[in-house]
Design a protein around this ligand. Structure first.
Ligand SMILES: Cc1cc2nc3c(=O)[nH]c(=O)nc-3n(C[C@H](O)[C@H](O)[C@H](O)COP(=O)(O)OP(=O)(O)OC[C@H]3O[C@@H](n4cnc5c(N)ncnc54)[C@H](O)[C@@H]3O)c2cc1C
Length: 410
């Protein structure tokens, strides 16, 4: 049988695609998923009473159709709104609100002065031209001190690549604060929370972890997915004008939601995209669950730029997952830094999970490369959608939005 569409991967992007394809009248569709269940990065592991999400996951979106999609599967009444979220950065032993630029006034006076002088003397203020790599750009925009003490060590820990190899085309993801605003916040000793942090009032399930939302979305589409089926071979049959997956499944159209470097291997390393694929890289994280004797903080999460600590973020589960066992914390650590024998979070380590792929790396040249790859395969009806399909650092609501738009555009 020849499928109309095969969707590779059943994370939130694959699930949304499959559901919308069905709604559009395509019954001859198939999802192929390596894991034994759907959800990908949006799943939750339940370990000894703790709801351990694969990294922090909360729902807030600017897209009404995505909100409608989510709440039509998982009613709003089954969620509550975190209001507002509390996220901190630990800097030299002091916890200050995120983002640092807006909260310099929370530091001791001596440090405030050093940070503010550095901000005022930034490259932009001195009229220097706008740089093209991430490290030079943040130094130009925010001054050396914020970069040396926070952004560069934090980003090195998270991404695992030097900041000067990273592009600036993902900076819409982080708050953009002008010097005047930094000074105003410091003098007024306040910040405009509506303006700065994204996801200031996100939704979270009243019961269980974030994975509950995805389970509800997956429920009636699961029968169209083959689980425990890793795509390890993909080839195009010119005569049939169809794709053959794992020498078993045939489709006129394939939508990829899995990392392109892995698919490149499955396709036998086609020379036509070799140069571009070298710019497409991703990292892996280890999610570690800990239990402590008391609540470590009243926050939802905390950023840890200190290079001496292995992990870069901590999530205080019992402060947001209402029926999770008390005093669970999960941390996120770049897999290359992870050393199970020398964990730096103080608590009983109950569980560690390494993601197969966590963040697409925003390397210089990556956007051009993924555009070229997608353009190359589009005439052959192989498409890419979502975090991996588009190789972009999308949040899960953006993945859903792009999946909704993709199917609407057919
Ligand atoms: C640490 C972390 C924190 C995050 N926090 C947030 C947040 O707070 N809010 C937010 O909106 N977003 C957040 N995100 C982003 C969000 O998780 C992703 O954007 C979204 O889950 C991506 O969905 P996806 O379906 O595109 O990819 P994935 O969830 O990665 O799904 C891809 C699927 O493909 C499968 N697969 C891979 N290779 C193969 C293969 N060869 N064959 C078959 N199947 C395969 C995988 O098993 C997986 O199920 C976070 C991400 C991370 C890593």
């Amino acid at each position: 049988m020849t499928y109309d569409y095969i969707v590779l991967g059943a994370g939130i992007t694959g699930l949304t695609l499959l559901k919308k394809l069905r709604e559009k009248g395509y019954n001859n569709i198939l999802g192929l998923e390596a894991e034994k269940e759907a959800g990908g990065l949006c799943r939750t592991f339940y370990v000894e009473g703790h709801a351990c999400d694969i990294g922090g996951h909360f729902f807030q979106t600017k897209y009404p159709d995505v909100e409608e999609f989510v709440f039509s599967h998982f009613p709003k009444e089954k969620m509550y709104q975190i209001n507002p979220r509390i996220s901190k950065i630990t800097l030299n032993g002091i916890d200050i609100d995120y983002p640092l630029e807006a909260n310099i006034w929370q530091l001791p006076i001596k440090e405030q002065i050093e940070f503010l002088i550095s901000v005022i003397r930034n490259g932009e203020a001195l009229g220097k031209p706008e740089p093209k790599n991430y490290e030079e750009w943040i130094r130009w925009k925010l001054g050396d001190k914020i970069c040396d003490e926070y952004l560069i060590p934090y980003n090195n820990k998270l991404w695992g690549v030097p900041s000067n190899e990273m592009d600036i085309d993902w900076l819409h993801k982080i708050p953009r604060i002008e010097v005047e605003e930094i000074l105003k916040d410091s003098l007024e000793r306040t910040q405009d929370v509506e303006k700065y942090p994204a996801h200031i009032r996100p939704y979270y399930p009243k019961s269980g972890g974030y994975g509950r939302v995805i389970e509800a979305i997956a429920k009636d589409i699961n029968p169209f997915i083959k689980f425990s089926t890793k795509v390890n071979k993909l080839r195009y049959d010119e005569n049939e004008q169809a794709w053959i997956v794992n020498e078993e499944f045939i489709a006129k159209n394939v939508i990829n939601t899995t990392p392109w470097p892995d698919l490149y291997e499955a396709m036998g390393r086609p020379a036509e995209i070799r140069e571009h694929i070298s710019k497409i890289k991703y990292n892996k994280l280890v999610i570690s669950l800990f239990e402590t004797d008391e609540n470590p903080t009243p926050y939802h999460w905390r950023y840890i730029p200190d290079p001496k600590e292995q992990h870069h973020r901590e999530f205080f589960i019992s402060n947001f997952a209402k029926d999770s066992k008390n005093y669970g914390t999960f941390t996120e650590t770049n897999a290359n830094r992870f050393d199970a024998d020398h964990l730096t979070f103080k608590g009983r380590n109950l569980f560690n999970y390494e993601t197969p792929a966590a963040y697409p790396l925003p390397l210089i040249g990556k956007t051009k490369a993924i555009t070229a790859i997608l353009d190359y395969f589009k005439p052959k009806h192989l498409y890419g959608v979502g975090r991996w399909g588009e190789h972009q650092h999308h949040n899960h609501d953006v993945c859903m939005k792009h999946a909704l738009d993709f199917v609407a555009g057919l």
